[in-house]
Design a protein around this ligand. Structure first.
Ligand SMILES: Cc1cc2nc3c(=O)[nH]c(=O)nc-3n(C[C@H](O)[C@H](O)[C@H](O)COP(=O)(O)OP(=O)(O)OC[C@H]3O[C@@H](n4cnc5c(N)ncnc54)[C@H](O)[C@@H]3O)c2cc1C
Length: 434
């Protein structure tokens, strides 16, 4: 009899899993359940859509549902939510009442935004799913003064988007500097100074109440037309509480094949916990490349090709104006929490040779363990070539590179885009002295 794979959620992870399993096992029936009209979508583009950089909402999707139906022979059940999973009878109940049987299950329901207490208005907006981006943009563009609550990646990206389209933007953040989950204080302060330039920034402020036309914090009350909530996200695990093991991060516990505590049931993407390659500890890393690869691994194993997900090093990046800001591995704070004795070097350099026009500033921080000399992480803010350098450190972390190896890593040189002593090499050199 033909076996069936049911995939819950058609985002990055779900469609990677479905496509990979289909490719490896043409005999498998593959069915995807997706709550919205969009699949293989990229929520990452929503701030740029709000900024008006593109208008066609279909561009959020890498492939359309009909492409998957036609080219990959995957059954797409769209605009339909999975309501309940029965792990004993191996069935999924849909909101239409229909019951689907499965032999294999991939859970890829993503994350949900954190919601605050004390919201007494409907003028609050979440930036979450591309299927709602058009309506979100319409609403936000109709307002003049907007508060963003939360100074993480999403808050910063929305601050750029809204100020770029001429909105008076207030960013309210409880931390003492923005991006405080990404950066230690030194680079966090650099990021904060950048954002302050065209956004009214309120740091160290706890939001107490959001009402019609205002936000009240422990330090003041601000008149605004609407509020964007960017407080972070949580794994969307409600349907599986008491059914599958939930890890210490709050996401579904998985082994290295992406299988959950139930045989034949896999989890991938923002709903799944994995291991941090550097600390070896459980971690939740809700980012798109991680989601895609987790889905690929789940689909490979279901398709009969044994594949291991090695864990994550947490390579993350954002931008504000013409500056790119990113981190990979552990911050100094996280390194201490993980039991290391971190040493660090922070340097400021230029991105091009001194004679080549247009050089931008770049800050590089490298963190290493004092005892083992292993590189633990890196943080970079700069006007260009930030992602490439983060990716170099990313691979170094995957390979357990030490300071000396990092110093000798051969970085290419072209005056138009680098310096002969690359900023990473310079930072590693400082660590060698530490
Ligand atoms: C605004 C924004 C910007 C981002 N920017 C970046 C970035 O620049 N770089 C980066 O790496 N990451 C970024 N991310 C994170 C990235 O989008 C996620 O890590 C990635 O989308 C996770 O993929 P996923 O498949 O696990 O979940 P999702 O992409 O969220 O897909 C889950 C799917 O499940 C569906 N679903 C939920 N419940 C049900 C149900 N009961 N039944 C059926 N379907 C259901 C949802 O509709 C959704 O389509 C951003 C996220 C947001 C929101």
């Amino acid at each position: 009899m033909q076996e069936t794979l049911v995939v819950l959620g058609g985002g990055a992870a779900g469609m990677s899993a479905a496509s990979r399993a289909r490719r490896l096992r043409p005999d498998l029936r593959v069915v995807v359940i997706e709550a919205t009209k969009m699949v293989s979508h990229a929520p990452c583009g929503i701030p740029y859509f709000v900024e008006g950089l593109f208008d066609d909402e279909n561009l959020f999707m890498t492939y359309t549902p009909s492409f998957f139906e036609r080219e990959r022979k995957i059954e797409m059940i769209m605009n339909t939510s999975a309501k309940e999973v029965n792990l004993d009878s191996r069935t999924v109940r849909l909101d239409s009442g229909k019951i689907l049987e499965y032999d294999w299950l991939v859970i890829s329901l993503g994350a949900i935004p954190k919601t605050p207490q004390n919201v007494n208005t409907d003028r609050v907006f979440y930036v979450h799913h591309p299927a709602h981006a058009l309506e979100l943009r319409k609403q936000l563009w109709s307002l003049n003064k907007i508060a963003i609550i939360g100074g993480g990646i999403l808050g910063v990206e929305m601050a750029e988007a809204l100020s770029s389209v001429g909105k008076k933007t207030i960013l309210i953040h409880r931390g003492k500097y923005v991006l405080n989950k990404m950066f230690d204080e030194d680079l966090g302060n650099v990021a904060t100074e950048l954002i302050k330039k065209n956004v009214e920034l309120h740091l160290n402020e706890e939001t107490e109440e959001i009402g019609n036309g205002y936000v009240k914090t422990d330090k003041g009350k601000y008149q605004v037309d609407g509020v964007v909530l960017a407080l972070g996200v949580l794994p969307n695990v409600a349907m599986f509480k008491g059914k599958l093991e939930i890890g210490e991060t709050g996401a579904l516990k998985t082994n290295s094949t992406m299988e959950t505590s139930m045989k034949g049931v896999y989890a991938a993407g923002d709903i799944a916990e994995t291991t941090h390659v550097v600390s070896g500890k459980p971690v939740w890393m809700p980012f798109a490349p991680v989601a895609n690869k987790m889905g690929f691994v789940a689909g490979s194993n279901i398709g009969g090709k044994a594949t291991i997900f090695p864990g994550t090093v947490g390579n993350m990046i954002t931008k504000y104006g013409d500056m790119y800001m990113g981190k990979v591995g552990l911050s100094e704070i996280e390194a201490k929490q993980a039991g290391y004795n971190p040493v660090s070097a922070t340097i400021k350099a230029k991105t091009r040779a001194r004679y080549y026009p247009g050089a931008k500033d770049i800050y590089v921080k490298l963190i290493a363990d004092e005892k083992s000399k292993k590189i633990l992480g890196g943080q970079i803010i700069g006007g260009e070539e930030v992602l490439g350098r983060l990716d170099v450190i990313s691979l170094a972390l995957m390979k357990g590179t030490n300071i000396e190896e990092m110093f000798f890593a051969e970085m290419g040189y072209l005056p138009a885009i680098s310096q002969v002593w690359d900023p990473i090499t310079v930072a590693a050199r400082q660590l060698l002295k530490a």
